[in-house]
Design a protein. Structure first.
Length: 312
């Protein structure tokens, strides 16, 4: 009789034909092999499904299920419902897990049984998997439970390994959130368990203009992020938020331009350049600044920042 896997990895997928094979490979090639990968095909119209079907014939750890195109929260909830592992992780269909990250995080959890979830750093990369930028999300490992309870996030939910039963305790993802469902999830998770942060990179987040972050109008994206934090404040004060009480706020109409992935990556590289400069690594700072300029050479502010790196 087949035993249940230790870790279930949930991967929502919609039109990710260019990236999904690499994303799947980054999971199946981990040093820790006792996993199941649950891919929710949320009604893709490209070749994504066919690509996954070709892979799963050679690996029994993959489960491919149909989504209902009801949003990212609904897709994740469907995956969680089918998860049989003692721990749950999430990975987007265009991103990558870092080498051996599952083994590293499980080893830490084994030594700290009182902790409900462990998260870590992540890095940004461009659509081709290059121009990798390590984000400054904290150089010291620490308990971040109180930080989350105060309405602050420092990393992506895709860096978390979570005890399976805790996902059920908080009721999974709330489908009100078209985006920022991961922020709302982190806050509610911190209300039921201790969460620890490891200062190691475990995830590579791909910036491309087809992702929901880069297709959703900025006004709506900001609304959901602010609402997740507002709900956390309400629960801290009253024990219940407006969504739980049946009075959710009105979602704004689609207005404003979506954030451009190149602009986001360029900004991250400029920020990295100035952090390196502050640390006294001027040559690395100049290289990072020049890489930033090449992302979008028409942005004069990037060139101005690059020149300032030379002068200061």
């Amino acid at each position: 009789m087949n035993k249940d896997p230790v870790v279930s990895i949930i991967m929502p997928m919609r039109n990710a034909e260019v990236y999904v094979a690499e994303a799947v490979d980054s999971i199946l090639c981990q040093s820790f092999q006792d996993v199941e990968l649950i891919i929710i095909d949320d009604q893709s119209t490209d070749q994504s499904r066919e690509i996954v079907e070709n892979i799963l014939h050679n690996d029994h750890r993959i489960k491919l299920i149909n989504g209902n195109a009801q949003g990212i929260s609904a897709a994740k909830n469907k995956g969680v419902k089918l998860a049989s592992g003692r721990f749950v992780m999430f990975c987007d269909a265009d991103d990558l897990l870092a080498k051996d990250c599952i083994e590293r995080q499980l080893s830490w959890l084994a030594l700290h049984p009182d902790v409900g979830a462990v998260c870590a750093q992540f890095a940004l990369m461009d659509s081709y998997g290059g121009n990798i930028v390590n984000l400054d999300s904290g150089k010291c490992s620490c308990d971040i439970t109180e930080e989350l309870l105060s309405g602050q996030t420092r990393t992506s939910l895709c860096t978390f390994i979570i005890k399976r039963e805790l996902v059920d305790v908080i009721g999974g993802f709330r489908e009100f959130f078209v985006s920022a469902e991961d922020i709302d999830f982190q806050f509610r998770l911190a209300e039921v368990c201790k969460i620890f942060y490891m200062s190691e990179n475990v995830y590579f987040y791909r910036l491309n203009d087809s992702s929901i972050v880069h297709t959703q109008p900025s006004k709506k994206r900001i609304f959901f992020e602010e609402t997740a934090r507002l709900f956390r404040q309400q629960r801290a004060l009253k024990g219940i938020d407006d969504l739980q009480s049946g009075h959710p706020p009105l979602v704004p109409e689609d207005q404003g331009d979506a954030i451009n992935s190149k602009d986001q990556l360029q900004g991250a590289l400029i920020g990295s350049a100035w952090r390196l400069h502050k640390q006294g690594e001027k040559l690395k700072a100049i290289k990072s600044g020049f890489r930033a300029c090449l992302i979008n050479p028409a942005n004069l502010m990037a060139w101005k920042s690059y020149i300032m790196l030379f002068i200061k």
